[in-house]
Design a protein around this ligand. Sequence first.
Ligand code: NAP
Length: 295
Amino acid sequence: MTARLIDGKAAAVAIRDKVAAGVAKFERQHGRTPGLATVLVGDDPASAVYIRSKNRVTAETGMASFGHNLSDSTTGTELLDLIGELNADDRVDGILVQLPLPSQIDSARVIAAIDPAKDVDGFHPINAGRLAIGLPTLVPCTPYGCLHLLKQELGDLAGLNAVVIGRSNIVGKPMAQLLLGESATVTICHSRTRDLADVVRRADIVVAAIGRAEMVRGEWIKPGATVIDVGINRVPTDDGKGRLVGDVAFAEAVEVAGAITPVPGGVGPMTIAMLMRNTLVAAHRRTGLADPEGL
Ligand code: NAP
């Protein structure tokens, strides 16, 4: 069998188009533009690339983009002061602090300082708690993007066996909560899981969020399963440039799975699309409006 490729780029473009239409409508009706503030601390090249893309796509969807680039030596107090200003700024509907932060800054404190109504990453303890107890919230962008792809591919997820590999607060845990919310039967695996291959073999849905290049082998996959590969790993190549691979051995898994996301071009583009969606949703909720339709 050769699996269907799940096209994250196309799905992301469709969401971004809906967001752009929603932004134009919001502007017409409320006389202001939804806005996203991004905060980058330090000069990590990968983080700088992510922030540039986020700011560019924000502008492309017609929203206001407020980029803050702070030096590597920024103190926790300075960053908390900036968060306080952004919380108070009415033009700002969403605040995104790019992680990881330099070691002198307590990330948990910074995340907790963001107004939960502007927490478009969905990492604030209040938003994580709301997700856990099934209340409306701002959901972390990457797992929300994965859920969108799964529902697009499979429709109803109720009763399916879903295995999530990884239990980070950013991907694994919220992914498991979202799948549970869809009535899938969810297993969360991590570095202490025994017989991981056996657990994965029972899965109708596999979400790999590990950060280990091609760790999930084709022979672990149940024939016909749907595989969502969140991993982004750079591996060396002869020309020295390196190439990106996921957490799943794609060439093997594509022969067994029913559908699979490629890396790149699968989950990656969905993350920014969902960030745009969350910012528009935050603008609506902060204005006392119902969520935009179809998003
Ligand atoms: P993370 O915080 O490092 O978490 C990795 C998880 O994998 C941990 O729960 C860890 O278990 C588990 N793990 C590590 N080694 C394992 C093993 N041998 N067997 C089973 N589980 C193992 O990483 P993350 O932030 O969730 O990110 C995961 C991957 O997704 C990375 O490649 C990252 O670059 C990528 N990512 C992509 C996007 C995107 O937009 N596409 C967004 C975010 C992340 P323990 O908890 O036991 O340590």
